[in-house]
Design a protein around this ligand. Structure first.
Ligand SMILES: Cc1cc2nc3c(=O)[nH]c(=O)nc-3n(C[C@H](O)[C@H](O)[C@H](O)COP(=O)(O)O)c2cc1C
Length: 313
């Protein structure tokens, strides 16, 4: 080999920085589709994903909605789990010891039924040093109180984010609902109230009916639609939010293939979350990450940050 001939053996860097959290790559699970992390340990190396995002936590354990609470449709999955979770005490006692052993940032998704409860959970999360950041869910369509009530009203959204901001000083990510007329209104309020990043989007409210029984297929009647059907909506909303705010955005909604994740990154998302696809293939995030890397190699890109926001018109 000639002395000055170089061989390109360096792999592209996939590392991104998200509101002060350094991720080895931009791919992480979407809350509610990855348990508390440990459930997926038999299927994939948790140290190969960008972050672990846990199921939404509340102050007290929650049983969720009556069943049936999942319905598959030809154009996506409807769920009305109703934020079933172990509660913050059990999380600390039974889930954190495992998470502590994994060298991957942990982002805890959480919610409250009232403003006060959001504050109380944030206070308790602040006492858990193993948490890299918190994802505040103001967007669940399947609970009567809390969740979406805060996410669709700009005033309520501002109040809850300000309160949580005062109680939790580490990176605070706020997860928005697509069930609004103009998502940028809420995005701007949330940024002003002190959010460090935005996750965009949660599920879209939908309904499915069994034509023989003539009953809704979900006991809750309506549920949140997720999966590939919602991706173009999510990409559009990420694009809008990226233009509207200066804090980083995490893109989520219908990501199954590497090219899906790349769409969000090109639209300006700093990272992406994979949800429903984990149920079909628990290793989906690894395949997606590998495909992103291959795309970079093919395009002669040595750093994923060159892809982020590279949308051309
Ligand atoms: C079964 C299920 C449970 C979910 N639970 C939560 C949750 O606890 N907190 C939350 O913020 N989002 C929750 N979500 C929404 C997802 O995190 C994600 O925003 C949505 O499913 C869209 O992504 P996807 O199309 O890749 O699934 C849940 C979604 C599903 C399908």
């Amino acid at each position: 080999m000639a002395i000055n001939q170089t061989t390109r053996t360096e792999r592209p860097s996939l590392a991104v920085e998200l509101a002060g959290i350094r991720l080895r790559n931009p791919v992480m699970p979407a809350s509610g589709t990855f348990g508390y992390g440990e459930e997926y340990a038999p299927f994939l190396d948790l140290e190969e994903i960008g972050a672990i995002v846990t199921k939404g936590l509340s102050l007290k354990p929650k049983a969720g909605n009556p069943t049936p609470r999942i319905a598959e449709t030809i154009s996506g999955m409807l769920n009305a789990i109703g934020l079933q979770n172990v509660g913050i005490d059990a999380f600390r006692k039974h889930k954190v010891p495992f998470l502590r052993t994994v060298n991957t940032p942990v982002i805890v998704n959480f919610f409250g039924n009232t403003l006060e409860e959001y504050g109380a959970v944030a206070e308790q999360l602040a006492e858990i040093p193993e948490i890299a950041g918190a994802e505040l869910n103001i967007s669940c369509p399947n609970v009567k109180q809390g969740g979406i009530v805060f996410g669709t009203d700009p005033k309520a959204a501002g109040e809850v984010v300000s309160l949580v901001r005062r109680k939790f000083s580490r990176p605070l990510i706020v997860k928005l609902t697509p069930n609004v007329t103009d998502i940028t209104v809420i995005a701007k309020v949330v940024e002003e109230a002190g959010a460090d990043a935005i996750t965009c989007i949660n599920t879209l409210t939908g309904m499915s009916i069994d034509i023989r029984t003539r009953k809704p297929r979900l006991a809750n009647r309506t549920g949140g639609l997720s999966g590939p059907a919602i991706r173009p909506i999510a990409v559009r909303m990420v694009h809008q939010v990226v233009q509207a705010v200066s804090i980083p955005v995490i893109g989520v909604g219908g990501i199954v293939r590497p090219m899906d994740a790349l769409e969000f990154l090109i639209a300006g998302a700093r990272a992406v979350q994979v949800g429903t696809a984990n149920f079909v293939d628990p290793t989906a995030m690894l395949t997606i990450t590998q495909g992103i890397e291959e795309f970079c190699v093919e395009e002669g890109i040595d750093d994923i940050n060159q892809v982020i926001g590279s949308l051309r018109y």
